[in-house]
Design a protein around this ligand. Structure first.
Ligand code: GLN
Ligand code: ZN
Length: 774
């Protein structure tokens, strides 16, 4: 691919107003990191070969940022797998079970990320959770009693040195102690770790000083969440301790970077600390502007003002951003323009999407284009009359357009929704009776979450269709053959509620978006989800409606092959919205209801085709919960629950509605999950050690549940005993006639042999436990 637009325009430019970014994507423009890491996983290359490749990738990125005139490009925002894992690694907070494996450094690091099963032992991975309100997953540190926190692996210095050798002075990025401690799981008292953590970070700062690091960025996104008085004093205690050690002469300036919201609970404490820079989010931080206007900003510090949205793909509105900047400059002149958060959450460049119409691309800005916007803003900020500038007027014109794709019919339908559209007539308890009679499932029904392994041949068939090597008819024939094999396999295994395997889907959201009006699709716009996994979120460009049947032909075909019930599989409205790039011209709830109306048509059509169990996945319901509790219901949950119910409220009481959720802490929204009024929910539980069970009991949870019995994000095969033990534990809290048996999540990322062995063990374990219930 040739030079991108941003490459050609960014070079050799310098504005008076500095601009920078919080962080950059790392997977590589062509997902080079994924390829390199997966080759290492397969044993196709050694750790040193992998590390060499990574070095090259990093160098390329720093070079790019330098060319674009970015002030002290960030370094060590790059990661082989995840930034929280890197922090765990940096602090040597490696749990004993990984150390005992006796693997080399890279092996130990990846054992924490993915678990390990081989000649050195058998250990599960660290648990994985969603990173604040994003679709990125981090690995949860585990602080064990007696663990000594010592900065052993200061990789950020290696990066700094490497970049310096290339003539690029970077600003290393690390995750701060407050966020690390807040997000860590701790078997004992977290407070025991305050002193050692402060000492470790003080050492880190000293080491940075020693190596001539001029700016060190310490990320503290946890500061934008609701903080108790105890949290605030923990934050202060940590930083006072860390910064006190280095009073006097020091080279390294510290930037405390926050993102994903505002710091209303600790602004006073934050600005009082002897820091050199503070990074604030003016995009998602509703109160950020008010905070600085009201309490001021100290003149001995630099404000890194997050004005360019780091999370969404739309062109920055220069008029708004410059107005915000003018207001900021009334408070302080010491400003550097920045992004609202790391660009990790957006793809690399629109230049790789030549198939998109120009009028659409004109509205989009991915990471490279955002660099260009930062430069433009820097330039415009110095002008006395920016309105006379050509780029500025073009931007104003762009933002004065209406939505790209309007559909008045859908807008009208949403406007006319009434309360009864959200309510299923028969209460759940009665439905459960009817469904039991009609479905005649055994006790502890066994099911899976939907997808089966996307083998090389499944992916090849799809690629061949896109390349035009095979016709659509040939492709559909191949998908049907996969469905047939999948049904046969599940029958052989003894699964009770079957699935069709989701072979027609590349991704649970993209596939739906492709069949709905109002979405556009990119070809190369990958965004990291976790580790080597990336997704290509569709972009919502206007009003949404259903074009044609989405799933019915596949599900009906699967159902025709077996006498067992086959579950219809849909992705829910909130998940479709949350895993797409949303519009900025309407509230998310509008898009959510539009998607729900489209899915409702699909649900009714599946029911009409004789499908008696329909699963509407809401994998991403929890992750976009506003970070502030006060906004939970009014801004989000009220709409998310109603949208879900709108999808299924029209079905017969005998139709069983399932839902599925994963990789979040749901303990705090149990009543809301029950209020989805689904009949069954399956969810991720094995990595989070079944802590959710207690919450279900406490909340008198009514929906039948299938807490995942094994972790599907790890290649290890769970044993029968392990699964049976989990099931028995679940039965202590959940009545047997409410419990389902299933893995944590879909199986699409696993290979077939692992999947077959794991499911075999799962069925055997269910059989053993059933025998004890008779
Ligand atoms: N039904 C989807 C699957 O099985 C659910 C995936 C998810 O929860 N992320 O793949
Ligand atoms: Zn899942």
């Amino acid at each position: 691919m040739g030079p991108t637009q941003a490459e050609t325009t960014c070079r050799n430019t310098k504005t008076k107003m500095d601009y920078t970014i919080v962080g950059f994507p790392r997977i590589g423009e062509n997902r080079e990191l994924k390829r390199a890491t997966e080759a290492y996983f397969r044993g196709g290359q050694s750790s040193s070969e992998l590390l060499d490749q990574v070095k090259e990738l990093k160098a390329g990125q720093w070079e790019k940022l330098r060319e674009c005139g970015v002030f002290m490009p960030p370094s060590h925002d790059y990661s082989l797998y995840d930034g929280m894992l890197d922090t765990t690694w940096m602090l040597n907070a490696v749990p004993e079970r990984y150390k005992r494996l006796g693997l080399d450094a890279t092996g130990t690091y990846f054992a924490m990320a993915r678990g390990y099963q081989g000649e050195h032992g058998d250990v599960t991975a660290l648990s994985m959770k969603k990173w604040f309100n994003t679709n990125y997953h981090y690995l949860v540190p585990e602080l064990e009693d007696g663990m000594t926190l010592r900065p052993e692996h200061m990789d950020f210095l290696d990066d700094f040195i490497q970049a310096k050798e290339l003539g690029i002075e970077t600003r290393p990025v690390i995750i701060g102690p407050f966020t690390f401690l807040k997000l860590a799981h701790c078997s004992g008292d977290k407070r025991d770790f305050v002193q050692p953590l402060a000492e470790a970070y003080a050492d880190i700062l000293n080491a940075a000083d020693h190596h001539g690091v001029r700016w060190l960025q310490i990320d503290e996104p946890s500061l934008v969440t609701d903080l108790s008085a105890e949290d605030v004093s923990l934050f202060r205690a940590l930083y006072e301790k860390i910064l006190a050690v280095r009073a006097g002469n020091h080279e390294t300036r510290t930037l405390l970077q926050t993102y994903f919201g505002d710091v209303r609970d600790c602004y006073g404490e934050l600005i009082a600390l002897p820091l050199d820079g503070i990074g604030l989010d003016f995009v998602e931080g509703k109160q950020t502007a008010q905070l600085i206007a009201r309490y001021g900003f100290p003149n001995d510090k630099t404000l890194f003002a997050g004005l360019v949205n780091g999370k969404n793909v739309w062109r920055c509105n220069y008029e708004n951003a410059l107005k915000q900047l003018r207001d900021i400059r009334k408070v302080t002149e010491n400003v550097i323009i920045s992004t609202s958060c790391s660009l990790l959450h957006v793809p690399y460049t629109t230049a790789h999407e030549p198939h998109l119409p120009k009028e659409v691309t004109a509205h989009l800005a991915f990471a490279y284009e955002k660099l260009e916007e930062l430069r433009e803003l820097g330039r415009l900020a110095d002008l006395e009359h920016p309105a006379q500038d050509v780029a500025y007027s073009a931007n104003v014109l762009l933002h004065s357009d209406g939505p790209l794709h309007a559909n008045p019919e859908v807008q009208r339908k949403v406007a006319y929704l009434t309360e009864k559209d959200f309510i299923r007539n028969t209460p759940r308890k009665e439905r459960q009776k009817i469904q039991r009679e009609q479905l005649r499932l055994p006790l502890l029904p066994i099911t899976t979450i939907g997808s089966f392994p996307q083998t090389e041949s499944v992916k090849r068939n799809r690629a061949n269709l896109h390349k035009g090597v095979i016709s659509r008819e040939e492709y559909e024939c191949l998908v049907r053959a996969d469905i047939r094999r999948c049904i046969e396999l599940q029958e052989q295994l003894g699964i009770d509620v079957l699935v069709h395997g989701e072979y027609e889907r590349n991704d649970m959201v993209e596939y739906f978006g492709e069949n709905l009006d109002g979405f556009i699709f990119t070809r190369n716009a990958w965004v990291q989800s976790y580790g080597t996994r990336a997704t290509k979120p569709p972009i919502i460009i206007g009003d949404i409606s259903r074009k044609a049947p989405i799933t019915t032909p596949w599900i009906s075909y699967a159902a025709s092959l077996t006498s067992k019930p086959v579950k219809g599989m849909l992705t829910g409205p909130t998940t479709i919205l949350n895993w797409s790039f949303p519009r900025e011209d309407v509230p998310g709830s509008v898009s959510m209801y539009q998607i729900a109306l489209a899915l409702r048509e699909e649900v009714l059509e599946l029911e009409k085709a004789g499908i008696r169990i329909i699963q509407i996945d809401e994998a991403a319901l929890r992750e976009k919960l506003p970070l502030r509790h006060a906004d939970w219901h009014s801004e989000y949950l009220d709409h998310a629950l109603r949208a879900f119910r709108l999808c299924h409220s029209g079905v017969q009481p005998s139709t069983q509605i399932h839902t599925h959720m994963c990789y979040s802490e749901f303990e705090d929204i149990i009543p809301e999950i029950d209020a989805l009024d689904a009949d069954v929910i399956t969810f991720e539980a094995s990595r989070s050690k079944l802590t959710i069970l207690r919450a279900l009991v406490q909340n008198h949870f009514e929906t039948e549940v299938g807490p995942g019995v094994y972790d599907i994000h790890s290649p290890r095969v769970p044993s029968v005993t392990e699964i049976a033990t989990s099931l028995k534990m679940m039965l202590r809290d959940i009545p047997a006639d409410h419990l389902w048996v299933n893995p944590d999540c879909g199986l699409k990322t696993r290979n077939l042999p692992e999947t077959v062995s794991s499911l075999k063990n799962m069925v055997r374990a269910a059989d053993c436990v059933r025998a004890t219930l008779l």
